[in-house]
Design a protein around this ligand. Structure first.
Ligand code: FAD
Ligand code: NDP
Length: 427
């Protein structure tokens, strides 16, 4: 028993939604395309879960953030899929894949066959258990990857008003959730292993600017240490977090954001892998020519970096999805995926964007103050390779994106610092 489709997208997250829209624009016929997802809802803009979804008043809820509203494009509601003859199989996990037979088997036992498979399985949040800490299942310990996590977090936030939260990890989840917790009137302590937040992207100066603001809002940063265990009450609710430095933090709730692992296990031994993801070429095609990978799972050649990379951001999920569909449906007219990495975040009233690569020497520019425009340039081997900008306008973000793509020569670092944003506008 089974069904057959020309195109199957495995996974129903951000990249799946953008791929579906691209398929319809390139003329997919009724009944040719199927999306299979273990989430119970149609593809949505995952970034909303750590931002609008957690607001105390008028929080964002589905259907308002289905893809592709994040790119100011059509909102693909469940009805949209119906109208476009796309089979949306929700709440269904794929438990095995046989690439030789070109079939998937779902948790309900159904076999689905394909001519082309697009892997869009995204990633899972890493658990504390992977670092030897027990207690992730407690009712007041929250992770944040999907809608069910977000619902749990929103409920726990509501019951922790005026209480204490401990945030484990100082990356994207940590920073965005800490801001949301403060807005919900919860006292926040953040535990991070490094010397400052967002250690992989932020320079110490950028981090200090944001950390000072968070501190003024009452957030306590505990750096250079990790948590070792939880204290529980008789109902197995966490009451405190023990740290390696011997101290203890009281906790009414805990948010954990310690990184992700791509969902690739179904394909291990069947596809070439690299850097923890599925290795694809510049058409997003894997080592099996009928199988493509997009979004967080794909390790693809990033020209600007001159190497293979796996990126974990929504812009690359959207664009890699469009590119893969184009490569499948119009191979002759599809060139190489020439992607300029773009990361962004929003917390409190701050909003920043980063383009390119964060390697080499750095210069900072602008006024490092709340409400002001400031940024940084990364220069490697005499060329500008990365740009960070806080508080820019739409036009200014477009400008830094264009200039970073051009990799202009930088003759004088001091002049670059003096010119600041003017440099990007002049090039
Ligand atoms: P996902 O969107 O994770 O989708 C994967 C889908 O596959 C899921 O629906 C999953 O349930 C399903 N799936 C997996 N395995 C199976 C299986 N075996 N069977 C069936 N279904 C399966 N990036 C930014 O650039 N800016 C942001 O502000 C930002 N905010 C974020 C906020 C949060 C809370 C999170 C979690 C991420 C955020 N990101 C952000 C990252 C961005 O959302 C991801 O890079 C993007 O979602 C990746 O898209 P994807 O399609 O590869 O994976
Ligand atoms: P990140 O990789 O951004 O950050 C993980 C953080 O956890 C880092 O501060 C890391 O420190 C720290 N860490 C690692 N191991 C431990 C440990 N054992 N104990 C305590 N801290 C630890 O992952 P997140 O979990 O924050 O985000 C998950 C995913 O969601 C990512 O793919 C991210 O890109 C995405 N996301 C993106 C957003 C955006 O782009 N605006 C917003 C929200 C999520 P160190 O760096 O020192 O190793």
């Amino acid at each position: 028993m089974g069904r057959a489709f020309v195109y199957v997208i495995l996974g129903g997250g951000v990249s799946a939604g953008y791929a579906a829209l691209e398929f319809t624009r390139r003329g997919v016929s009724d009944g040719e395309l199927c999306i299979i997802s273990d989430e119970p809802v149609a593809p949505y803009e995952r970034p909303a879960l750590s931002k609008g979804f957690l607001l105390p008043e008028d929080p964002t809820r589905l259907p308002s953030f289905h893809t592709c509203v994040g790119a100011n494009d059509e909102k693909l509601t469940p009805n949209w899929y119906k109208e476009h003859g796309i089979e949306l199989i929700l709440g269904t996990r794929v438990k095995s894949v046989d690439l030789k037979r070109m079939t998937l088997v779902s948790s309900t036992g159904e076999t689905i066959s394909y001519n082309f498979l697009i892997i869009a399985t995204g990633a899972r949040a890493m658990k504390l258990e992977e670092f030897g800490v027990e207690g992730s299942d407690a009712e007041n310990v929250c992770y944040l990857r999907d809608l069910s996590d977000a619902n749990k977090l929103a409920t726990v936030i509501q019951s922790s008003s005026n209480g204490n939260a401990v945030v484990i990890g100082g990356g994207y989840i940590g920073m965005e959730c800490a801001a949301s917790l403060v807005i919900n009137k919860i006292n926040v302590s953040m535990v991070l292993p490094g010397a400052h937040c967002m250690a992989r992207l932020f320079t110490p100066k950028i981090a200090a600017m944001y950390e000072d603001y968070y501190s003024a809002k009452g957030v306590k940063f505990i750096k250079g240490t990790v948590m070792t265990s939880f204290e529980f009450d008789e109902n197995q609710k966490v009451t405190a977090v023990n740290l390696k430095d011997g101290s203890q933090l009281p906790a009414d709730m805990v948010v954990v954001g310690i990184g992700i692992r791509p969902n690739i296990s179904l394909f291990e031994g069947q596809l070439a892998m690299e850097k923890g993801g599925i290795k694809v070429n510049s058409k997003m095609q894997s080592s099996d020519s009928t199988v493509y990978a997009i979004g967080d799972v794909a390790t693809f050649p990033v020209k600007l970096y001159g190497e293979m990379r796996r990126l974990e951001h929504v812009d690359s999920a959207r664009k890699s999805a469009r590119h893969a569909v184009s490569a499948i449906m119009e191979p002759e007219n599809t060139g190489e995926f020439d992607y300029l990495p773009c990361f962004y975040s929003r917390f409190f009233a701050f909003s920043w964007q980063f383009y390119g690569d964060h390697v080499g020497e750095v210069v900072h520019f602008g006024e490092y103050e709340e409400g002001k425009v400031f940024g940084a340039y990364w220069v490697k081997e005499g060329h500008l390779v990365g740009t960070f900008l806080e508080g820019g306008t739409k036009e200014e973000y477009e400008t830094i994106s264009k200039v970073t793509q051009l990799k202009p020569v930088v003759m004088d670092m001091e002049e670059l610092e003096r010119e600041g944003l003017g440099f990007a506008e002049r090039v």
